[in-house]
Every structure is written in structure tokens, then in C-alpha cells.
Design a protein around this ligand. Structure first.
Ligand SMILES: [Fe+2]
Ligand SMILES: [Fe+2]
Length: 237
């Protein structure tokens, strides 16, 4: 079902449950009775971008590129940064809480549980490191190029930084950490048969599925839309 800018947050969530992630990233209160357009205007957010994020169910690279390539680079980076914050502050702690709850219910006896905890901890650490590297390198570089193209920076100073960064090297070293979530999901599937209480388990599995989907869109926007814009800008200077 298509969402319109005249919908309020609860109507949007009713139409697309997963939209709650996008709204949270942009600090849009799900209980707000105003329509999305009014809320976005107040928060200075591009309402069409929010709607495109919510509608993006086709995660093919071509479709995502087609939808998002026309947005300003700063809108894209803002989305990527807000997503990192949302994953770090909301989703990862939520998953950890569910896992701890399952550990409590199982009296800590199951060996598979320690494996699940381990896989999660490693995933969490590598994802946070992954975000840190992007924020400190790619995003900074992209913003420099953006301003350089708009000539609002001291060209000489900025060129020094720009010349130090290699987009190709960044891409080569950029790990597909998102895929590690599959490992966690697999470990949890093994665990399912040993659990008598499935309520928290189901909530955990559903959160991981939504997280994977959200992270997949994030990765395509970052790895293809942003990177292609950055390399176009690089060629122009
Ligand atoms: Fe990222
Ligand atoms: Fe990434």
C-alpha cells in the first residue's frame, strides 16, 4: 500500500509496519497526529526521501539506484549517519536484551546459547567498527568533495585531504559486515528446538529479519548510490 505525505505516523505504520524504523531514525514521534509533510517541514527533512525509504521493498541494486540517485549527497549521508545511530543505540541493544532474556529463561545451560551470545558480540563489535571507519573516512571525504564542488572551502586545504583518500582502497577494504547477521540467524535457528518459551525467541527472530532488510537497503545506498556520486564528484575536480 502506498503511503502519502498527508498520512500521519500511525497511519503510515499501519500501512507499513517496518516504517517504524525510518520514523525512529528521523526522530519522528509515532504518536504525532500531524501529517508527514508538516512534520518533515518542521524537522527540515525531505519528505519525498522518507516516503521513498518506506516504499523501498524492491532491494535490487538497479531499483535502489534509480530511486535514490537524484537526492542530494548530504541527504544521503544524513540518512546513513542516522541509520548508524539507530542501529547502535536502538537495534543492537534491543537484540542483546532479547538474547539476555532467553539466557535467563534457559538457566544458562544450553551450549548453543553461548554460541549465539558469542556470534552476536562479534557481529556487534565488527558492525560498530565498520560504521566508525565509514564515518571517519568515506563520509568526511564525500562532504569535502561536495563542498569543494560548491567552492565554499579553501581549495588548497581541502585538496590536501582529498588527495590522501583513495576511494578504491576504501571500497576494497570495506567488509560486507551485514552478511554476518546471517550467521546469527543460523545459530538461532539451531537453538529454537531447545526453547520451551517461543515468545521472546519469535520477537528476536522478527527483529533480526527487519534489521537485515533495513541494513541491506542501507548497504546498497552506501555502496552504490553514494559511492557512484562520490566518484563522479572526484572526476569533476
Ligand atoms: Fe554504513
Ligand atoms: Fe558499509
Amino acid at each position: 500500500m502506498l503511503v502519502e505525505s498527508s498520512y500521519n505516523p500511525s497511519q503510515i505504520i499501519e500501512a507499513h509496519q517496518i516504517a517504524i524504523y525510518t520514523l525512529s531514525k528521523y526522530n519522528i514521534n509515532k504518536g504525532d497526529k500531524s501529517d508527514l509533510k508538516t512534520i518533515c517541514d518542521e524537522l527540515k527533512i525531505n519528505v519525498n526521501f522518507i516516503i521513498d525509504l518506506i516504499h523501498q521493498s524492491d532491494l535490487s541494486r538497479v531499483k535502489v539506484l534509480d530511486t535514490f540517485r537524484y537526492y542530494d549527497l548530504l541527504v544521503l549521508i544524513d540518512y546513513l549517519e542516522k541509520s548508524h545511530i539507530f542501529y547502535k543505540n536502538k537495534l543492537l541493544p534491543k537484540i542483546e536484551q532479547y538474547i539476555n532474556h532467553i539466557v535467563l529463561l534457559s538457566n544458562n545451560e544450553n551450549k548453543l546459547l553461548s554460541l549465539v551470545k558469542d556470534v552476536f558480540k562479534r557481529f556487534e563489535m565488527s558492525l560498530i567498527e565498520h560504521f566508525y571507519v565509514e564515518e571517519k573516512n568515506l563520509f568526511v571525504y564525500a562532504k569535502y568533495l561536495y563542498h569543494l564542488n560548491k567552492s565554499t572551502f579553501n581549495r588548497y586545504q581541502v585538496m590536501n585531504y582529498v588527495n590522501l583518500f583513495s576511494l578504491e582502497e576504501f571500497q576494497d577494504a570495506h567488509p560486507k559486515t551485514e552478511k554476518d547477521l546471517d550467521l546469527l540467524e543460523r545459530a538461532l535457528t539451531e537453538l529454537e528446538v531447545f526453547l520451551s518459551d517461543k515468545l521472546v525467541y519469535n520477537a528476536l527472530i522478527n527483529t533480526i529479519k527487519d534489521f537485515k532488510r533495513d541494513l541491506e537497503l542501507h548497504a546498497i545506498i552506501e555502496d552504490f548510490v553514494l559511492i557512484s556520486k562520490v566518484s563522479e564528484m572526484r572526476q569533476k575536480i
